[in-house]
Ligand binder design. Structure first.
Ligand code: FUB
Length: 316
């Protein structure tokens, strides 16, 4: 009976907290989480930090859960070597989405030929891979700051990809999900749209409030753009719009600065089984830090008007 009661208590507690324990991956250092809901599972796509003193990363990995408590490690379903054009050690932030039963994993890494960041795309028939380079070359390249892709397919079928640091860019993605149409647009970072001083100010470390790591989605008819902000160290802020291409309205901070042992942060948000989840990273595993980060998740509730409350990083 003692064990039955303990088991019932444990199950009740885990259903209250909604997820197991932060960091959700305890076996390696993970960063830049990109959650995706497909079927009855929550998938999370991450890049693996190798450290010790830079963003030295060589693979993207997939984890899944049906209950936000028990996680399955699906392994490194996308090694950087899958992209023959990519420079070793540069497997940075990525996001996977589904269209017409295929899964597209958008990544950023350095193009060996130009030695600057570029965005690539890998494809699979399953959310857990195996994935292969869809193009054999970068999908989007030719500019500085082409990192941290985030992709969203609107209700009318038009897909968009946002990315960038420095700068925030977007372009319309074609229905094939591996090419794009029209010009790449750089978003003007007004104070109304992204907060913060537009020009550098003495004593202020940042130029614009937007820094990197955009996360783009739609909910309740409104478009959301979440991003790492404020220079170094980073907090998470967001802007909202009635249109997928703006104009954006700065809405404030979501995750303020805390002692998370990581000077970057990078978020992803989804709804799953009636609850909302905010994924981010810290440096909270033993031996962790700014280049050996760890993915964490918080459950949260949107405010009645669709705005996002303050979310604090927790170790629970
Ligand atoms: O993980 C490498 C870089 O650090 C990402 O591309 C940024 O978003 C920051 O998290």
């Amino acid at each position: 009976w003692k064990y039955v009661i303990i088991a019932i208590l444990a199950m009740t507690l885990s259903s209250i907290t909604g997820y197991a324990q932060n960091p959700i991956v305890q076996t390696c250092y993970t960063a830049d989480p990109a959650p995706m809901v497909y079927g009855d599972k929550f998938y999370i796509y991450i890049d693996r930090d190798e450290g010790p003193d830079y963003y030295n990363m060589n693979e993207w990995r997939v984890y899944s859960s049906a209950d936000m408590v028990n996680w399955t490690d699906h392994g490194a379903q996308l090694p950087l070597t899958a992209f023959s054009w990519a420079k070793a050690g540069t497997a940075w932030a990525a996001q996977c989405i589904e269209r017409y039963g295929k899964f597209y994993w958008y990544v950023c890494c350095t193009d060996t030929e130009s030695n600057i960041n570029a965005i690539g795309v890998a494809v699979s028939d399953s959310p857990t891979g195996p994935f292969k380079d869809a193009l054999g070359k970068p999908m989007i390249s030719g500019g500085w700051g082409y990192i941290d892709p985030t992709v969203f397919i609107d209700d009318d079928g038009q897909a968009y990809i946002y990315w960038g640091n420095p700068g925030l860019f977007y372009v319309k993605v074609n229905e094939d999900m591996i090419s794009y149409s029209g010009d790449i647009v750089e978003v003007e970072q007004t104070v109304e749209g992204f907060g913060g001083p537009k020009e550098p100010k003495e004593g202020v470390q940042y130029k614009d409030l937007y820094e990197e790591g955009p996360w783009f989605y739609k909910r309740g008819g409104k478009y959301y753009l979440l991003y790492a902000a404020g220079g170094v160290p980073e907090h998470i802020s967001y802007s909202m719009s009635d249109s997928p291409t703006g104009p954006w309205k700065y809405m404030g901070k979501i995750m303020p600065l805390q002692d998370t042992n990581s000077f970057t942060n990078h978020c992803g948000v989804v709804d799953f089984k009636g609850k909302s989840y905010f994924a981010y990273h810290t440096g909270w595993l033993p031996g962790g830090g700014g280049f050996t980060r760890s993915v964490c998740i918080e459950e949260f509730k949107y405010n009645e008007d669709g705005t996002i409350p303050t979310i604090m990083a927790t170790k629970e």
